[in-house]
Design a protein around this ligand. Sequence first.
Ligand SMILES: [Mn+2]
Length: 247
Amino acid sequence: MIQIVQRYRPNARGRDFVVSDIHGCFDKLREALDDVEFIAESDRLFSVGDLIDRGPRSTETLDWLARPWFHPCIGNHEDMALKSRHDNNVLSGWVSMNGGQWWLALDAGTREKYLAAFRQLPVVMEIETRYGRVGIVHADIPEQLSWQAFLDALEAGDAAAREIAVWSRRRADGLVTGPVEGIDQVVCGHTIMSDRRIYRSANVWFIDTGAFLPVTEDGHLSLLTLDSLFDDSAPTAASADDLFRKW
Ligand SMILES: [Mn+2]
C-alpha cells in the first residue's frame, strides 16, 4: 500500500536532517554526512525529492533508496520518470531538456526497479520533533488550504493538489505569502533561489541551493537539522542560510 502521506514519530535516539534537491550529487551528500558525523544507526535523513537528473550520479539512486535511514518524498523528476512509462512526450521532454539521459542507458529490468521504488515515495512527510511538527513536500502547498486540508485532499486522490505539491513555484516565487496554517514548519525544494540562499516565507522554507550547478554559480548542497528550523535566531530570509552548512 502506497502511503501518500508518511508520518514519523519523534526520533528519540538521534538527529533528524533534511537535505536539499540532490539531483545525482551523491558525492556531495556523502561529504555532507561525513562532516556532520551522521550516525546511520540513530540519525534520520529526510529529502525534499529530486534525487535524479542533471548531476553526475543518478545511477546511485537505487542504492540510496534502499537505506533504511533515508526518507525522501517524491520530486517532479521522479514524477517525470513515472509518467514517462506511458507517455512518450514526457519521456522525450525529460530526456532532452530535464537531465534524463542517464535513463536511456539502463536496461529494462533496472528501469522497472526504479519505477517500483519511485511509486513507493510519499508526496508529503510529516515529522514530529521535540519543538513541533515539520512538513516536507517537494514544491508547494495550495494557497487556500490548511496543512490538514492539503493532506486530506492528497489522501482523497485530488490530482490538482498533487500537481501543486510536486510542481508549483508560486510560493517560492513570492506569488503566495503568509503561513501554512496547522503545521509549525514546512520545508520545500524544487525552486533554486536566485542568490543560492535558503529562503523563508512565513513558516515555509525553500532550501534548493542548486547542488548540480557549478561553483562559479555558487551551486551547493544544503543540509539542515529539523531542530534548526525552530531556532529563534534563524527566522530572517537574509540570514537563515548562514546557519546551515554547505557542500
Ligand atoms: Mn523539482
